[in-house]
Structures are given as structure tokens and as C-alpha cells.
Design a protein around this ligand. Structure first.
Ligand code: ATP
Ligand code: MG
Length: 229
């Protein structure tokens, strides 16, 4: 069933180990309502990226279950999965191409679609201020941009696909505080429209999250709004 009221993500008794190694996630259970903004924090190696990888179906779920909008992960067709789940990777890959092409990614989107996504990602203002606007070449790997601006382009790129769920792995490298504030605002504004699950390396990024999940050695140590942590 794909219930309109089903949680965006329902994780039940999920355990996971890479290869024959030690378990990395232990009996996780978690429900994320549609439209919520959830932050995931935890020290290095606590399993944050592993959890994201499982949500992205990079590895099969063997113990426990994960469902998206009421559908078990492995029951969702690839095309539908790609349409429903958008990813903002930690270290986004930028083409040596224009801002427009970097958001479009060969999908043949209209300028209106590209600009709407860029505005939602709060990337429009800095793109518009570049010497050739959306047609400005961003350089090899986006070398003309700061780390934070690359992340904003990656958010625009993901939002341009109109996902119902946005997964974000925050950049670990330095983001200037002004851009970080912009990322924060962009994520906050998606609340209610897009379910946002953000791995954060800075608590400030997810300050406005509805819930913050703290992972500790593959277990949920705490969950609650920021004020309670
Ligand atoms: P960080 O904050 O450093 O990004 P993380 O919370 O994202 O850490 P994970 O990358 O999920 O942590 O790693 C959890 C555990 O799984 C670690 O012990 C790590 O060494 C191990 N691990 C991660 N990826 C793999 C892999 N591809 N193969 C084997 N072990 C892995
Ligand atoms: Mg990680």
C-alpha cells in the first residue's frame, strides 16, 4: 500500500553489517512523518552515512525492514525510487559546465524549473550575481565556487527532480557561516513540502529540525527536538 498517511520513512528493527564485519547498525527503529525535517548527528563512525546508504538502497536490507511512504524499499521500481528520493551528497560532483547545466544534469528542464529549484535551494542569488548568471561556467569540479555554494547547487539539483524525500549529507569541510545560514534556511523552508533527513556535522545546521536523532555506535542514543539535547 502507498498510503497518503504512511510515514515518509519507517524503519523497524534494522541491523546492518558490511560483509562479514561487526554490526554497524543495531536494531534501529524509527518513524519519520511526511514533511518532517529530521537531523542525524553522531560521532565519526557512528553509522550515519551507513543509514543513508541503506535508505538509498546502496546495500540491501537483510535484517529488519525499511519502508518509504508505506512501500518496502525493495518493492519500489527504480524509476519511482529516483523520482521520490533526492540526494545531496557530502562532496557533490560538479561538472565543468554552467550553473544551469549543473542543476539540469541532462534532464532537459526548463529555465523556470531550474530557477524555481535554485530559489528553493537559496542558490539563485549567488548564481544571478555571477558574471553570466546561469550561463556562467563553474570551472573544473566547480572550482569557482566555495564549498557551501557547491552544496547549494547540489540542493538545487536534487530539488529540481521534485523529490518527496531529500537526503542530505552535510559537507564536512569548512562552510562559511553565511552560507551555512542559507543552507539552514533552505532546509527549514522545505518543511511540510519535502521530508528532509539531514546528516549534520554542525548542530547549528539542524537547529530548526523537528527532531534530532543521535546515533552512537549504531544505536539511537537520543531523539528529540534540539532544545532537549
Ligand atoms: P562520519 O561522521 O565519519 O562520516 P559515519 O557516522 O557516517 O561517520 P559510517 O560511515 O556509517 O559512519 O561508518 C560506520 C562504521 O562502518 C564505521 O566503523 C566504518 O568504519 C564502517 N564502514 C563504513 N563504510 C564501510 C564499508 N564500505 N565497508 C566496511 N565498513 C564500512
Ligand atoms: Mg559519514
Amino acid at each position: 500500500a502507498n498510503d497518503a498517511n504512511a510515514p515518509a520513512v519507517a524503519i523497524r528493527h534494522l541491523s546492518f553489517a558490511y560483509n562479514e564485519g561487526h554490526p554497524v547498525l543495531h536494531d534501529l527503529s524509527l518513524e519519520i512523518p511526511q514533511g518532517a525535517f529530521v537531523g542525524i548527528v553522531g560521532h565519526t563512525g557512528s553509522g550515519k552515512s551507513t543509514l543513508l546508504s541503506l535508505l538509498l538502497r546502496f546495500y540491501p536490507v537483510r535484517q529488519g525492514s525499511v519502508a518509504i511512504h508505506g512501500m518496502p524499499l525493495d518493492a519500489i521500481a527504480n524509476e519511482r525510487f529516483r523520482a521520490e528520493v533526492g540526494l545531496v551528497p557530502q562532496d557533490p560532483f560538479l561538472l565543468a559546465a554552467s550553473a544551469r547545466e549543473n542543476i539540469d544534469m541532462g534532464r532537459g528542464l526548463t529555465q523556470a524549473q531550474i530557477e524555481t529549484a535554485a530559489r528553493a535551494a537559496h542558490a539563485h542569488d549567488f548564481i544571478a550575481a555571477l558574471d553570466q548568471g546561469y550561463d556562467t561556467p563553474l570551472g573544473e569540479g566547480g572550482s569557482r565556487l566555495s564549498v557551501g555554494q557547491k552544496q547549494l547547487i547540489a540542493i538545487a539539483r536534487a530539488l529540481a527532480g521534485a523529490p518527496r524525500i531529500l537526503l542530505l549529507d552535510e559537507a564536512t569541510s569548512h562552510i562559511d557561516s553565511q552560507t551555512e545560514q542559507i543552507v539552514q534556511t533552505a532546509l527549514d523552508e522545505l518543511r511540510g513540502t519535502v521530508t528532509v533527513i539531514a546528516i549534520a556535522h554542525r548542530l547549528s545546521t539542524i537547529r530548526d529540525a523537528d527532531r534530532i536523532i543521535v546515533l552512537n555506535h549504531g544505536r539511537i542514543a537520543e531523539t528529540g527536538p534540539h532544545e532537549q539535547l
